[in-house]
Design a protein around this ligand. Structure first.
Ligand SMILES: [Zn+2]
Length: 546
């Protein structure tokens, strides 16, 4: 189990997780034959740079690759040699241990002057290229300026600022990004499916968050959890429990942090202090809890300033936690967020020096609950669930009618003016084509509505009803609320030019399993040839695994 990363290393473009912008360009170049001689892959570690280099090397040399496809066959002699690491014409160099000019002359320049032994292209994959000395870079530059036709360089680095500009200007540069929690969860889910193992709710998201956007780390953590869990159980392991996961990764307190913010927002200091003490009794680390609390408040502040900031600047919390956060954030405003951050930051910074345990946090809670005037509610024995009836009322009220700029007419009394239906009923392909427009139009009506739509999957159109599948009950319930649903239906109807209804169902509902095959993880799908899948990938990011 410890080698999940090797066992499930992507072998084709469609299997590589995330990095869609890079894959699309490389695939186009391979199909059109317009290849560069030198590529620069830069970005954080463990996000797929070397993996994509090897897929590129295979596609360049695959004996069976059709002209209209970028994918290697993974079965021909060349593909198999490259997969096994035995290909003489694919030269992988770790620049961290070969920094000198002599190494570049011996390993790269001398090699690049000799034709490939069996393959069409000699591919030099130079990892950690920023470690080369300046003399070594100069030597490399000479061969990059006039490369033999059969040579392709792929330079990989985590520190692009250390690469001389003369080298950068010779390369086609690709900036790799950290992989989103949702993409990592999809890959981990795929691995578990293949291994015949399930995981309790929230486990995979917790692993993905802990890995910080690094795929290899996530797979390694999953491997460790499986190894430990298997050792602890004699019977066959069928489900990874939260307890087993917590043997390897720190217990997440994000859900409790959201609960605390909600209690503070309704000035329920009694239950808030009780929640903090329950966490201490349960052995949670208060420093981590405060970190989570501050990150969540920061994200809520960004959300209040401009929802567009969140994906760009916020830490990726995953689908479930983001939804909970969006719901609670509708109860507070930016001034309150700012005040809470101003009160909690010093508590966190002073935490290591305090000998009074949770007292500073309790004092902050009292301060945030209006100078200690707490709500006279009885303290409940356990923490309240996030979705109280009160929360639901707020959500419904906060879903404003769509502004006229979106193409939806709003009458003077705020009601939505009925429109004349002019279009024919759309089919699923038409819906998929409109999908990104639909999500951006609904974003202007409500950020949470747009988020819920973003994590849903259009799976069927029955008459004028669009069926959306959602993985989590919290999203499904949200989209099923009358006020939310009618805004979504209104936006959709305008886009489709005909009256449309929406029905939100859970992914695991038995009737849904019969309706559709899962698109994102379909093992046989070919994204290069499938317009529907292309549209799905464009809208959701993500990848096809398997
Ligand atoms: Zn092949």
């Amino acid at each position: 189990m410890a080698t999940l990363y090797r066992k499930y290393r992507p072998q084709s473009f469609s299997e590589v997780v995330g990095q869609n912008h890079i894959k699309l360009t490389l695939e186009y170049e391979l199909k059109s034959g317009r290849l560069a001689h030198s590529y620069l892959f830069c970005g954080p570690r463990a996000v797929g740079k070397t993996t994509l280099s090897r897929v590129l090397a295979k596609s360049l040399n695959c004996l069976n690759r059709p002209e209209d496809s970028a994918e290697p066959c993974n079965h021909c002699q060349n593909c198999l040699e490259i997969i096994s690491g035995a290909a003489l014409d694919i030269i992988e160099i770790d620049a961290a241990s070969h920094t000198g000019v002599d190494n570049v002359r011996e390993n790269i320049i001398a090699g690049a002057r000799v034709s490939p032994s069996t393959m069409k292209y000699k591919v030099f994959i130079i990892d950690e290229v920023h470690m080369l000395s300046s003399a070594a870079f100069n030597a490399l530059l000479k061969i990059m300026e006039e490369p033999p036709a059969f040579v392709v360089f792929v330079l990989c680095t985590t520190e692009v600022h250390k690469i001389p500009s003369t080298i950068i200007s010779r390369c086609q540069r690709f900036d790799f990004k950290k992989i989103s929690v949702m993409d990592i969860v999809h890959k981990l889910d795929y691995i578990l499916n293949a291994e015949g193992i399930a995981a309790e709710k929230g486990v995979l998201e917790a692993i993905a968050r802990y890995s910080g956007g690094h795929m290899r780390d996530a797979e390694s953590v999953l491997g460790q959890i499986l190894a430990l869990a298997e050792r602890k159980r004699e019977d066959q392991l069928l489900t990874i429990t939260v307890e087993q996961a917590e043997l390897v990764i720190p217990r997440s307190s994000l859900t409790q942090a959201i609960q605390l913010i909600e209690m503070l927002a309704i000035r329920d200091s009694g239950n808030a202090i009780r929640l903090v003490n329950l966490l201490v009794d349960d052995g949670y680390d208060l420093k981590t809890f405060l970190n989570d609390l501050i990150e969540l408040l920061r994200q809520m502040l960004l959300l209040k300033i401009n929802p567009e900031l969140l994906p760009a600047l916020g830490v990726d919390l995953g689908e479930l936690i983001t939804t909970q956060m969006l719901i609670v954030s509708e109860k507070i405003n930016s001034t309150w967020c700012l005040k809470a951050l101003q009160v909690l930051m010093p508590v966190r910074l002073a935490f290591k020096d305090t000998i009074f345990g949770q007292l500073p946090l309790e004092m902050a809670i009292v301060e945030l609950s209006e100078g200690g005037v707490s709500k006279p509610t009885p303290v409940s024995p356990t923490s309240e669930p996030i979705l109280t009836s009160q929360t639901k009322t707020v959500i419904v009220e906060s879903c404003q009618p769509v502004p006229p700029s979106l193409g939806v007419s709003v009458s003077s009394n705020g009601g939505v003016v009925p429109f004349e239906s002019t279009g024919a009923l759309p089919d699923l392909n038409r819906i998929l084509a409109l999908w990104s427009d639909f999500i951006s139009a609904s974003k202007q009506a409500s950020a949470t509505l747009s988020f819920s739509l973003g994590v849903s999957r259009p799976i069927a159109v029955r008459g004028n009803k669009l069926i959306l599948a959602l993985k989590h009950k919290i999203h499904q319930e949200r989209l099923a609320q009358v006020a939310v649903k009618s805004v979504a239906e209104e936006v959709l109807s305008r886009l489709c030019q005909t009256s449309m209804l929406i029905e939100a169902v859970l992914e695991e509902a038995p009737e849904i399993l019969e309706v559709v095959e899962p698109v994102v993880l379909a093992p046989t799908a070919s994204p290069a040839n499938d317009p529907i899948l292309d549209e799905m990938l464009k809208t959701f990011g993500g990848q096809v695994v398997g």
